[in-house]
Design a protein around this ligand. Sequence first.
Ligand code: ATP
Ligand code: MG
Ligand code: MG
Ligand code: MG
Length: 470
Amino acid sequence: MPSLNQIRQTFLDYFAKNDHEIVSSSSLVPHNDPTLMFTNAGMVQFKNVFTGAETRPYKRATTSQKVVRAGGKHNDLDNVGYTARHHTFFEMLGNFSFGDYFKEQAISHAWNLITKEYGLPKDRLLATVYIDDDEAFNLWKKIAGFSDDRIIRIAGSDNFWSMGDTGPCGPCTEIFYDHGEHIWGGPPGSPEEDGDRFVEIWNLVFMQFDQQTDGTRLNLPKPSIDTGMGLERVAAVLQGVHNNYDVDLFKALIRASVEETGVKAEGEALPSHRVIADHLRSTSFLIADGVTPSNEGRGYVLRRIMRRAMRHAYLLGANEPLMPRLAPVLVREMGDHYGELKRAEATIIETLRQEEERFRRTLGRGMTLLDEATANLKDGDMLEGEVAFKLYDTYGFPLDLTQDAIRAKGLSVNVAGFEAAMGEQKQRGRANWKGSGETSVQAEWFSIRDQAGASEFVGYEHLSTQSHAR
Ligand code: ATP
Ligand code: MG
Ligand code: MG
Ligand code: MG
């Protein structure tokens, strides 16, 4: 059975063999794009190459890109622990053509790789295409021999990918794997598509346009290709498991978490171990790329992810910081491919240790307050905004952590009440200014912005994240 590391290598080797330059992953902090919170797709480092603003000595490239999707409109944070296929950090395998090959070769490369190199059975695969993309539809028939019912036409944004409100965009075609009827879920476009039975493994974008601020689309200098495949998802398929958290790498991380806490990965503890393993990866990689926990911007997203994991460590009964003790296992598992993890190991451990020690000073009391405040609430009820604010302000609970903590009971936070409490405190703060301790206006707005969605948020433009759904 191929390991995650081998599956990554097979991908890169395949495209290298087909004249693609192997390019290293760029940083999770997108230095070429101040509008973007974190690198959230493989094409981010090539954005200006697609538009023609930048040229490279190669016309074809392949990468295994570090990606974080935890904040803003494109936010998978709340999926982690609940779906079989989402992480906050994952590796996106990609191949790119900058004005070189287009639809036909992109589809035939993808098909060759998954069916010949990876050996996936054809009868488990299906494809979606953009509603009027007859060309892609016919190419799938020709190259894969799919019958019409295995090529699904989709009208929505899932099959028209755009980098954000502006920038390179175009129709796309996506490859899905059917994990089998014992798992709930339906094919794309069906009412049950939210399930995990049909899992999207690869998105091939036909980059054709450059969207302008006024919404018009100009043609790119040359039609190009941008693809993204989730390494962990294809690894699950190739290792014969359904859940991403059952692939070899995650098994190793979860095993370490079980050993350190003495709590088996089953029942209620299972999602906690999974969340911890996932968040260990995103936080360690963010720290390795120079992000430090803080109360604003990227640092606040990092802090929010760390603290969510730390709450789960607390639920498992860990009585000392857990995350710093797991970090060496991650470095051992992934450090050969991502040398920055090895180089930053000491910093990662120290940052995790300081944050967990700090949060643990208030975490227990905050959890007690939360338990008391929710004891008499029932499914569908709302937690008072003032309580959520007190948890935030006094106990260092980011709003989304509180929401996550009570979600399993079917409860939600009264966000309007939370905002009102925040507003009142700001008034008091203005009247009687004396340093702001844990809170910061940006952090407040950032969490509110996450609630409201990027489109309703107008302040702090430098904090805004790329919005794309594909
Ligand atoms: P989904 O619909 O399952 O949320 P997506 O359409 O948002 O996925 P894309 O933006 O098309 O994903 O990204 C390209 C590929 O990256 C996907 O086909 C999938 O294999 C992988 N991927 C996307 N989001 C995640 C995630 N949160 N964790 C792991 N892999 C992911
Ligand atoms: Mg998604
Ligand atoms: Mg997609
Ligand atoms: Mg999708």
